[in-house]
Every structure is written in C-alpha cells, then in structure tokens.
Design a protein around this ligand. Sequence first.
Ligand code: PLP
Ligand code: COI
Length: 340
Amino acid sequence: MKKNIDWENLGFGYIQTEKRYVSNFKDGAWDEGCITEDANIVMNECAGVLQYAQTIFEGMKAYTTEDGHIVVFRPDLNAQRMLDSAARLEMPQFPADRFVDAVEQVVKANEAYVPPYGSGATLYIRPYMFGINPVIGVKPADEYQFRIFTTPVGPYFKGGAKPLTICVSDFDRAAPHGTGHIKAGLNYAMSLHAIVTAHANGFDENMYLDSATRTKVEETGGANFLFVTKDNKIVTPKSHTILPSITRRSLMHVAEHYLGLEVEEREVFFDEVKDFAECGLCGTAAVISPVGKIVDHGKEICMPSGMEKMGPITQKLYDTLTGIQMGHLEAPEGWIHVIE
Ligand code: PLP
Ligand code: COI
C-alpha cells in the first residue's frame, strides 16, 4: 500500500519516512548494518563531524517504471564516488557492494514511499557518512557512521521545466587543489552564502567560475553544465574541481549513442557562453533543468531557447534519459538496477 501523499505536488523537501539504514565503523571495521526506525542521531558534543565537518554524502533516486518495477539508476557509480570522497577526507571505505546492498534494503523498506509511475515524483536516496567520536585536535575521527535515508521528492527547481535565470557568482565554490571533485558537506556549507545572495538578488542559481583564473565555467551549487552549440554539438566543462556528475556522464553517452550527436568534454571559457544555443543544469536532483538567462554583473546573456520552454536538444536529452529511467527505452548494460 502506497502512502497517502500528494505525489504530483511534491517539491524538493524532506519528508520523514519510516525506515533508514545504519552501519557503524569502530575499531577499524564496519558492523553488519541494519534497518532502523530511529531518524535521530545521538552523538558526543565533540564529534568530528560537528567540529571539523568530516562528512560526505551521495544523492540518487528510485523510480517506478511503467511496468511497475522499482529501479535505481547506476548505484555502482554513487558507491564508487563515495569511496573517492571518503579517501579525500581520510574516512574509511564503505565497500561498494555493501553500499548497493544497503540502497536495496532501504528502498525495499520504504516501498510505500516510492512515488507511483507517472506522478513525476521519485524517491530521493541520501547515503552519507560522518565522523562520530570526539575529535578536538585537527585530525580524522576513528569512528564513523554510514547512513541512508530516503524522502519522496518532486522537481528540485520550483516550476519544474521552466527555464532558470542564473548569475555569475562573486564567490568561489572550490579551490584549485581543494575538494570540489568530491561530495563533501563542506563544499555545500561554503556555497550557502552564495546561494542566499543569489536568491536575494532574484536568481535561481549561481554559475561558479574557476577560482584560479575566473575565466572558465565550472558548475552550479548542485549540478554540472551542459551546453548545446548552434550546430547541435553537446559541450560540457572539463575540470578537476567540479563534481563528476553521474547524470552528466550518462547524458553525454545518451547524446552520442542514442541521439547521434557530437559530444565534447573540454574547458569552456565564459566568453564562449554567449554563442551557445542552449544551456542545461544536470544532476540527480536537477535531472536536466534548462537555463534561459545568465547574468554577469548586469550583463545579460539570453539563450536563444528563450524563457518559455526547454530548447529542442535539451528536451530530447531529457526525454531519452527519463525514458531510460522509467523503462520506456532500452538502457545501456548495467544502468538500471531493479530492486524487486
Ligand atoms: N555538481 C554538484 C555540485 C552536485 O551537488 C551534484 C549533485 O549530486 C551534481 C553536480 C550532479 O551529480 P549527479 O548527476 O551525480 O547527481
Ligand atoms: C543531487 O542532485 O543529488 C544533489 O546532491 C544536489 C543537491 C544540491 C540536492
């Protein structure tokens, strides 16, 4: 029995579900892990995560396909990225096979919260890990907790597929040899002032430039960029300081192998942006959200695709990716992980 939720009108918010997964790391080893009903975490006042922000996370979604299966999209890549994040923050590795198994367990346990096919909503899955024992000198914790909770969500941006207006941020998201390429909570903490400022100025999101030269396009606070050239080539920024988006990597494959488009991952200079035909933000939460306007300190770049709807290539990418996720289109080997 599904929960009585107004699936069609969900935003991107937290709705507490009944079950979550938890595993503890102590004395150099992970315990076997279990599903628990307790949504609260009790920890010492000096826990590593509270003092020095030693926390990493992932984001993925469970979908109900047209034929009624619950599926997860490429969880092995989230597992791998979490291993990379953990290594960079001196945290223990939560094995990839256990990660995927834990995702399965938590989705199954929350089946009643997986939005029905056609509702437009999905079950957002949030794996995360943090240092939990007391740490006062600056060093990694010795004990960690790995958790996964789920929450049913609608579109990340209000208005769904309406083109967004974004601004070039005066703040940096990532340092040249910092942590921009991993999914660490600290990256998001330092983006909070930038996003509050952007919203206060009437913008939906920030475009971050590379902090070393401020000439190249990086990403937004929660998504990678995809651009479409006037001759229908797909271009995405290549950078060591952006998160390697699983959605972006999947869309590049879709563009090349399903839509027959030329694709290019390369440095993208801000000066080139005015010449593109379409711009989209891609990520698990954002899916692919169109950008209609980019404002650089009062100078407006209006994408030719306009402010009314997605550009035609962005729309094709969106339809193909969501078609694969919803089971309308055949998926590449290993992309769709069936839960039941
Ligand atoms: N970039 C940032 C900063 C993000 O937070 C996210 C979200 O996970 C992405 C990009 C998109 O990554 P993915 O497609 O793997 O969700
Ligand atoms: C995701 O897309 O899963 C993210 O983690 C992005 C976040 C801004 C919600």
